[in-house]
Design a protein around this ligand. Structure first.
Ligand code: CTP
Length: 398
């Protein structure tokens, strides 16, 4: 029996490409069921969809011609994955806000399996803050965003917003479902998110990290069969995989203590957290009142967790650090690799548009201790996570 894919089509011109996607899944032995919005059916016909998928199209929740099954529930249970392609700004907004007013948006709420979303729209729309926030929201809840490509758009302009090609979408979903268990038996510790350093009972010093990169890494490692310890600062991201144990911490000191408890057991250690370098020397026991014309907070250095692990790590433990830089990126990243005794360092440049904090995408360069360099393209953080793990696996002691 082939795997089960539900494809959701919403109303964008890229819907014509989804017909090829249906064919690709069918050709590769998948069973396919399709649901489409009313607007999608302006671009592709039910007959074409039903002929290609060899299944009935599910479009209207209240179609009395259909069987008495509650179709969105049975489809949600039947599916091994839901692929929404193209995903318009409208359907993305509905998913993000839990609106269920048609077959596809209702199905989305009922699905507990992996969801892949391939946005397609005009580049200005794609760049709009509302759309970006909705996408980030969905990503934080575990949806896989298949970032649109740059290219010629149907509106006559060029830019980002072009749906990924059917082959790319198929490859990502197929690889995800292929059950690569190459990290089975390995323990992986990942740090994620910011740390909050308290000033008084109300305020803290924090940073813009959302934790998403670390959560994507945890999810990718867990999927490959690893047992993952995810040590995270305050983050609204959620970890779904049952192989992930989440340890919530607040401060750099708590993160340090938690990591030290866990480190001995680990095969791979990835430090993607944005740990505060300084913390207030004293925490005021009561809220600081605005009685002063000027106020200074004395700060002291925190412990460097990556460097501390670098000092004690065994030869059979692979240590991966991150370097977030705004200038002299390569030189600084290589310095960190060396000074902190990491095996790999992942460079994030805040100068690259679409990379770094509060974005759904990232672009990284990985430097290895043996002098190699691996450069990624700008991709979704999930895709970058998979690439980082693939690089790590070149160095792991089997
Ligand atoms: N890191 C850590 N503990 C700290 C500070 C940083 O484990 N107290 C880790 C981060 O998780 C990351 C790496 O060190 O993997 C580099 O962090 P980054 O902020 O880029 O560099 P810093 O070492 O803090 O140096 P600087 O801020 O001077 O660039």
């Amino acid at each position: 029996m082939g795997k089960h894919i539900v494809i959701g089509i919403s109303g964008g011109i890229a819907a014509y490409k989804t017909l090829s996607l249906i064919r690709l899944f069918k050709k590769n032995g998948y069973e396919v069921r399709v649901t489409a919005t009313r607007n999608a059916l302006q671009f592709v016909t039910p007959l074409t969809i039903e002929t290609l998928s060899q299944n009935r199209l599910y479009t209207d929740m209240f179609d009395t011609q259909r069987t008495l099954e509650v179709e969105h529930i049975s489809m949600a249970e039947w599916a091994d994955a839901l692929v929404v392609a193209p995903a318009t700004a409208n359907i993305i907004a509905k998913f993000s806000h839990g609106i269920a007013d048609d077959a596809l948006s209702t199905l989305f709420l009922a699905v507990k399996k992996p969801v892949f979303i391939a946005p397609a729209m005009n580049s200005n729309m794609f760049g709009n803050i509302a759309v970006q926030q909705n996408i980030a929201n969905l990503q934080e809840r575990g949806c896989h965003i298949l970032s649109p490509n740059d290219g010629f758009l149907a509106c006559g302009t060029t830019g980002s917003g072009r749906m990924q090609e059917p082959e790319e979408i198929f490859d990502t979903v197929d690889e995800y479902l292929s059950e690569d268990r190459s990290l089975q038996g390995k323990n992986v510790m990942i740090t994620a998110g910011p740390t909050y350093e308290p000033i008084d009972p109300v305020r803290f010093i924090g940073n813009h990290s959302s934790g998403l990169m670390g959560f994507c890494l945890a999810e990718a490692a867990a999927r490959k069969g690893a047992k993952v310890a995810l040590v995270t600062g305050p983050s609204s991201c959620t970890a779904h995989h049952s192989n992930i144990t989440r340890y919530d911490v607040k401060t750099a000191e708590e993160m340090y203590q938690q990591c030290m408890k866990l480190v001995d057991n680990q095969d791979i250690i990835i430090m993607s957290a944005a740990v505060a370098d300084y913390t207030p020397a004293h925490v005021a026991p009561e809220k600081i009142k605005k009685d002063f014309a000027q106020l200074s907070v004395e700060l002291v250095k925190t412990k460097d967790i990556l460097a501390s692990v670098g000092k004690i790590k065994r030869d059979n433990q692979l240590l991966i650090g991150f370097a977030l830089e705004t200038e002299n990126e390569i030189e600084n990243a290589k310095k960190k690799l060396h000074n902190k005794n990491a095996d790999l360092i992942v460079l994030n440049s805040l100068r690259t548009e679409g990379a770094g904090f509060r974005t759904s995408t990232n672009q990284v360069t990985i430097f290895s201790k043996d002098g190699r360099e691996f450069v990624s393209e700008l991709k979704s953080k999930q895709e970058i996570a998979t690439e980082i793990l693939q690089t790590a696996q070149l160095y792991i002691h089997q």
